[in-house]
Design a binder for this molecule. Structure first.
Ligand code: ATP
Ligand code: MG
Length: 600
């Protein structure tokens, strides 16, 4: 491709809208243009990158026996009502764009395709003989994200590869899940990325495994905890750890003590000269269920630890039936204004005990009359502990479960794992932390959707059984930008060779020097004939501007038809390390071919 013929506009300055390097660089180098919040145009260079990523994804999916298809983006509300997700997706989370057609029918723009594919499976899969089956598509998804940001990282319209598999049983599902794990590893490796597969939160579906594929980068929204030996890696949302050992409480008898100005654990520990690990901290949350019921949750956890809200949310979803609800749609620590809505009297914040009385809650139809009391596992074994006295400026010390306090019936793991803690797999390994960008997520769904939507098959024994399902997503457009986030320098993008929009750029420093132009034209022909994807910078621009642009757009190899032509050579520069060498004209194509084979 000749630059002279392309839509090629680069920017000198960083656009104000872009916060992270990859977003800035893609805008500056003319790969993308912002059209609206979370909505981007993929310009020709970007489209080539996206097609390269898609092709790698396609090849690796096809290798596993999965089949490509294309599902509708406009989806009838009725399908989502069958699965029970319409209200959560359009109202509660509000992630789905929805519309009403001229016949007054409700429709949604597909944020994901479980409902559509399950409806197809319900129709088309009759017998165990048709199983297992894995269908995928590469397509634009729509999500009305709360905070679209960082360009293609979190868009409202983005490209995803999504696959859905169907099975007779869990063992078959696990087999395909392993195949997808391998395929995803291959995809990310072939794209030239540094990544880590991590255990991920599967929400409240329970039991089923899920893994995320994280591209390692400082700007990543996710935190990963892992051990050096590589045996454990998890999203912090899911991570478990062994807490540090608790230090024995200095108190041996039960007593109420005045502790002025000790509403935080740090102040309390200092005042009482005790370790935070000897304190039982009681944290209040407000959970809203999908039927509008508000539940006040009182959690007892060891003083030095924090609550993992994803784990807490999962526990609360499990308890939904107890409140005649299906799911939790809101979870927050109530501030003073929020408390006023349900508290019968001012609460002794900072001094709450595990037995805070239920009469603190004023009777109201939409508020559960009793606290839901949960204990994190870390408080169970504490003895002679320190905790609140349910009275401002007072704590109790030397307390014990089964004596002064009743241990809540529900004991769960809701503590946030932290860097530096020990691994549950091997206590000699401590957890390290890294940041990552979630590029893919593979998921064992089980029978959640098939049961809700009545997608069954006839088993070998002749009975109708629900289909077992898995789903597997890769953010194609997010992955492409993440590649930039992982690989750039002060001059611009450094594309991994496998997904670069072009492999070579030929720069003609002086357009009025006919020998430079002729040599460039000749090399351009030769490289194209050898199937090397080549750009020719034939613009009437200064040499300096051309070099700057070629660095900025990140093409792996640059050929310069400059001074060395006199000795029958051209300068060839590797973008990654600016390493430059002079190569005789006749050897240029073969040399580059050899490099490309090595790099992809
Ligand atoms: P996130 O936690 O980042 O919102 P998700 O859990 O909603 O992601 P999935 O529903 O599993 O993501 O979608 C599969 C993949 O699609 C993700 O791994 C990610 O790479 C990509 N993806 C999801 N949301 C977006 C978005 N708003 N913009 C770009 N890519 C996205
Ligand atoms: Mg999301």
């Amino acid at each position: 491709m000749r630059l002279q013929q392309m839509l090629f506009v680069t920017l000198r300055e960083n656009p104000a809208e872009a916060e992270i390097p990859s977003h800035q660089l893609l805008l500056r180098a003319g790969y993308i243009r912002r059209i609206g919040s979370g909505i981007y145009a993929y310009l020709p260079l970007m489209w080539r990158v996206l097609q390269k990523v898609s092709q790698i994804v396609r090849e690796e999916m096809d290798k596993t026996g999965a089949q490509e298809c294309l599902l509708p983006q406009i989806q009838p509300a009725q399908l989502w009502q069958e699965s029970g997700r319409w209200d959560t997706y359009t109202k509660a989370e509000g992630i789905m764009f929805s519309l009403v057609d001229r016949q007054q029918r409700e429709l949604g723009l597909g944020p994901t395709h479980e409902e559509v594919i399950t409806a197809i499976a319900r129709d088309a899969i009759r017998s165990y003989r048709q199983l297992p089956l894995n269908l995928y598509q590469i397509q634009t998804k729509f999500r009305d994200e709360i905070r679209p940001r960082f360009g293609l990282m979190r868009g409202r319209e983005f490209i995803m590869k999504d696959a859905y598999s169907f099975h007779t049983d869990e063992a078959s599902l696990k087999q395909t899940y392993r195949d997808m794990d391998r395929a995803y590893n291959n995809i990310l490796k072939r794209c030239g990325l540094q990544f880590r597969a991590v255990e991920a939160d599967s929400g409240a579906i329970g039991g089923s495994g899920s893994q995320e594929f994280m591209i390692l980068a400082e700007a990543g929204e996710d935190e990963i905890l892992y051990t050096e030996d590589g045996k454990y890696a998890a999203n912090v949302e899911k991570a478990v750890s062994l807490p540090t050992d608790a230090v024995a409480s200095p108190f041996t008898s039960y007593e109420k003590i005045e502790t002025p100005d000790t509403a935080t654990i740090a102040k309390l520990a200092e005042f009482l000269k005790c370790s935070p690990t000897a304190i039982v901290k009681n944290v209040l949350y407000e959970a809203i269920y999908d039927n509008g019921i508000k539940v006040l949750v009182l959690i007892s956890i060891r003083g030095d630890l924090d609550i993992n809200e994803v784990k807490l949310q999962n526990e609360l979803v499990k308890l939904a039936p107890q409140y005649n609800a299906n799911t939790v749609i809101g979870l927050n620590v109530p501030d003073e204004t929020a408390q006023k809505k349900w508290a019968a009297k001012p609460l002794p914040l900072g001094y709450i005990a595990p037995n805070l009385d239920d009469d603190c809650i004023s009777p109201a139809k939409e508020v559960a009359p009793k606290f839901l009391r949960l204990a994190d596992k870390t408080v169970v074994k504490l003895e002679n502990f320190i905790t609140g006295a349910n009275e401002s400026s007072y704590h109790v010390v030397g307390a014990n479960w089964g004596k002064e306090f009743t241990l809540p019936e529900l004991v769960v793991d809701i503590k946030a794992a932290k860097v530096g803690e020990r691994s549950v797999l091997d206590s000699s390994q401590t957890l390290q932390s890294a940041r990552g960008i979630e590029a893919g997520h593979i998921f064992q769904l089980g029978t959640k959707y098939s049961q809700a939507m009545g997608a069954t098959y006839a088993s070998e024994a002749g009975t109708e059984e629900p289909l077992w399902m898995g789903c597997y997503g890769i953010g194609v457009s997010r992955l492409a930008q993440a590649a930039v986030e992982q690989s750039y320098d002060k001059d611009g993008i450094i594309w991994p060779v496998a997904i670069a929009p072009y492999q070579v750029i030929i720069v003609i420093p002086n357009m009025s020097d006919s020998s430079q132009v002729e040599t460039a034209e000749q090399l351009y022909q030769e490289l194209n004939q050898a199937n090397v994807e080549t750009l020719l910078d034939d613009r009437q621009e200064r040499a300096g501007a051309k070099f700057k642009d070629s660095d900025l757009i990140g093409i792996p190899y640059r050929i310069v038809t400059g001074r060395s032509l006199k000795s029958g050579k051209v300068e060839v520069v590797k973008r990654a390390n600016h390493e430059s060498q002079e190569i005789p004209l006749a050897e240029v194509t073969s040399t580059i071919k050899t490099w490309l084979e090595k790099d992809t």
